[in-house]
Design a protein around this ligand. Structure first.
Ligand code: KIV
Length: 268
């Protein structure tokens, strides 16, 4: 049987230190996770973007802890090598540190995931400490934090103003000091993320945060063209699966209707 060298939080730190870029993508189900893992990705994120791309909600707010655990356990069954990080969903950690720890423990215990991700900085530091003290690795998420969309009012670029960029840098230093193993920076100016990357010891993974970071993350559905309505500037679409699948399905419908499928070799 082939031996896989598992990616750990230490692997990621070593990669930052030797200047090797880290790759990260989302997955929410077994089949997709299997393909992404065997392709050689470093981190798989079971993102709460499942709320958008899997369930069709407008925001990430409705997805529940039980639903995240269902997605995460499906992903885990398809993964041999990558580090699997799971988003703590909105409402599962903001009210108090004890609830945050209970939510993180449920994710780790019931899905078999390797780490959790949480949106926010100083305002959730007590919860981060509590989770870290239980031995659960935590990834931070700063900049555009979609769980706070109704506070921001828009999905536009964050930390363009000096004051917000300063607060973001302080939050990143705090997460580093607390012991988070990495931080996602979403949709902020490239010069701000470069400064953050050079100011902290842990890997910074960007999405819409430019190239001067330690790694990149995208939502897989966006990268493979399964979400064609979403076209932000930061997205590179590598294949148009929407078109490929539509053509395949239309061919199937045509073959069924014309009695071409199934043929003699396709029956018992
Ligand atoms: O939920 C998600 O997919 C994310 C990424 C956009 C980083 O948090």
């Amino acid at each position: 049987m082939k031996e896989y060298k598992r990616v750990t939080t230490n692997t990621l730190l070593e990669m930052k230190n030797r200047n090797e870029k880290i790759s990260m993508l989302t997955a929410y189900d077994y089949s997709m996770a299997k393909i992404i893992d065997k392709s050689g990705i470093d981190i798989i994120l079971v993102g709460d973007s499942a709320s958008n791309v899997m369930a069709g909600h407008e925001t990430t707010l409705p997805i529940t802890l039980d639903q995240m655990i269902y997605h995460a356990s499906s992903v885990i069954r398809g993964v041999k090598r990558s580090l699997v990080v799971v988003d703590l969903p909105f409402g599962s950690y903001q009210s108090d540190p004890k609830e945050a720890l209970r939510s993180a423990i449920r994710i780790m215990k019931e899905s078999g995931a390797h780490a959790v991700k949480m949106e926010g900085g100083r305002e959730i530091q007590e919860s981060i400490i509590k989770i870290l003290n239980a031995g659960i690795p935590v990834m931070g998420h700063l900049g555009l934090t979609p769980q706070s969309i109704y506070k921001f009012g828009t999905y536009s670029v964050r930390a363009k103003e000096e004051e917000e960029a300063k607060l973001l840098l302080e939050d990143a230093k705090l997460l580093d000091k607390l012991g988070c193993f990495g931080i996602v920076l979403e949709k902020i100016p490239a010069k701000v993320s470069k400064k953050v990357t050079n100011s902290v010891s842990v890997p910074i993974i960007g999405i819409g945060a430019g190239s001067d970071v330690d790694g990149q993350v995208l939502v897989t559905h966006d990268l493979v063209g399964l979400n064609s309505e979403f076209n932000p500037r930061f997205l590179r679409r590598y294949v148009n699966l929407d078109e490929i699948m539509t053509n395949a399905i239309q061919s199937y419908i045509k073959d069924v209707k014309s009695l071409d499928f199934p043929n003699k070799d396709e029956q018992y």
